[in-house]
Design a protein around this ligand. Structure first.
Ligand SMILES: Cc1ncc(COP(=O)(O)O)c(C=O)c1O
Length: 399
């Protein structure tokens, strides 16, 4: 597909020296996102990877590692572990012991392992919905039960409905899965909310699994990411934090993630549940991870500026040009927009928009009623986003 640059008020915005504007041809490659619509004129704005090249420092590190030309079973070297430890301290003031790290090939793996390690068949895993679908499917995969409590929309912000959450706990609830920041609501949790959640977990004797894959993608500069593991010693000893460079630096295809588990007994139990099932992280992934955390901060800052521009463009376009569609709350983090499309009265909004050339994620998969929400990935060149938004405009049944 040829993507034409847009001029005038919708001109691409490039804040620094990195090029986020030039589309990279991904159609016809190994991209899962683009393969879904192979041979069709549909712009894929669904699965959460970005259409941008990764930071130059990562590409250089991968080249260097490839030049070594031997790809045996890998273990992280000290500089790779140091890069993660240093990033936790400099970004969040979180002093982690390298021994707390358990490397994983993905966060979804981490969610599944957590459910198996710390709940028995029939036990319940609680989360807040709508939420990233594996939060609900991971428990079910191993015969555990997923229970969700709904978020509440209050004064234009997604908030935790504490009464609903309290009502959802039963004697069989063993785990709470938190998405921090939240996909798909793009919400950054505030300290008071996180502290209350921690107290809630401690009161009900729940282990807390905190998926923080989007933590380096906070768009609102006034909002800090607060790792759940920094809230206090007691909750830290009951927390499994899952993180990765994958979303931020656009390397999810390299399968490199980690759990941070301060408590030795929990960590041992988690590692036992991985035995013989979970694959080792690969050599290229470790190299990319080090270059991401240690050498790619200027790129990340430029990316955030670019994503802010895309977000503002999207919000403006939706408000002015897409009647019947609404973004109900600020997009504080991630490159994912949660759009309320219920006023369009479409039985299957995703199918409808696909026939008009835009590939979105179905809110029903995240636990919303069918027909009410879609998720749009704006991690792409501004010109691609603009083309998609114009297609959505021409797809509106109310026009
Ligand atoms: C909250 C959240 N967790 C996990 C993942 C996927 O992680 P992985 O690819 O490492 O399994 C995503 C991807 O969109 C996500 O949004």
């Amino acid at each position: 597909m040829r993507i034409r640059p847009i001029r005038g008020s919708l001109a691409p915005h490039n804040p620094m020296t990195f090029d986020f504007d030039t589309p990279v041809q991904r159609a016809g490659t190994d991209s899962q996102k683009w393969q879904k619509y192979a041979g069709r004129d549909v712009l894929p704005l669904w699965v959460a990877d970005m259409d941008f090249p990764s930071p130059p420092a990562i590409v250089a590190a991968l080249r260097r590692r490839a030049d070594h030309a031997v790809f045996g079973y890998a273990r992280p070297v000290k500089s790779q572990v140091d890069a993660v430890v240093a990033a936790m301290e400099s970004r969040y003031g979180w002093r982690i012991d390298p021994a707390w790290l358990v490397w994983l090939p993905g966060l979804v793996v981490g969610l599944n392992v957590t459910a198996q390690a710390f709940a028995q068949p029939g036990d319940e895993v609680l989360s807040l919905a709508p939420v990233y679908p594996p939060f609900m499917s991971a428990p079910k995969n191993s015969g555990r039960v997923s229970v969700t409590a709904p978020f509440a929309l209050r004064d234009g912000a997604w908030t935790i409905d504490w009464d609903a959450l309290g009502r959802a706990v039963t004697p069989r609830t063993k785990l709470f899965f938190l998405c921090n920041p939240h996909n798909p609501l793009a919400r950054v949790w505030r300290r008071d909310e996180l502290s209350r959640l921690a107290e809630f977990c401690l009161r009900h004797n729940l282990l807390l699994c905190s998926d923080e894959i989007h933590c380096d993608l906070i768009l609102d500069p006034a909002l800090p990411h607060i790792p759940t593991g920094t809230l206090g010693t007691e909750i830290a000893q009951r927390t499994i934090t899952l993180m990765a460079p994958s979303k931020t630096y656009n390397v999810p295809g390299l399968g490199t993630s980690f759990a941070i588990i301060p408590d030795a007994a929990l960590r041992a139990q988690f590692v036992r549940a991985t035995a013989g099932i979970v694959a080792e992280v690969n050599a290229l992934g470790y190299a990319a991870c080090e270059a991401a955390y240690r050498d790619s901060e200027p790129w990340r800052q430029a990316l955030l500026a670019y994503l802010r521009g895309n977000r503002d463009h999207l919000l403006d376009f939706v408000a002015r040009e897409l009647p019947g569609m609404r973004v109900e709350a600020p997009i504080e983090a991630t490159y994912l927009a949660w759009l309320n499309v219920s006023a369009l009265g479409l039985a299957d909004p995703v199918a409808h928009f696909e026939t008009h050339g835009i590939g979105l994620s179905d809110g029903a998969n995240f636990g919303s009623p069918k027909g009410t929400h879609v998720r749009l990935n704006f991690g792409c060149p501004c010109a691609t986003l603009t083309t998609a938004l114009r297609r959505m405009q021409s797809a509106l049944p109310l026009r």
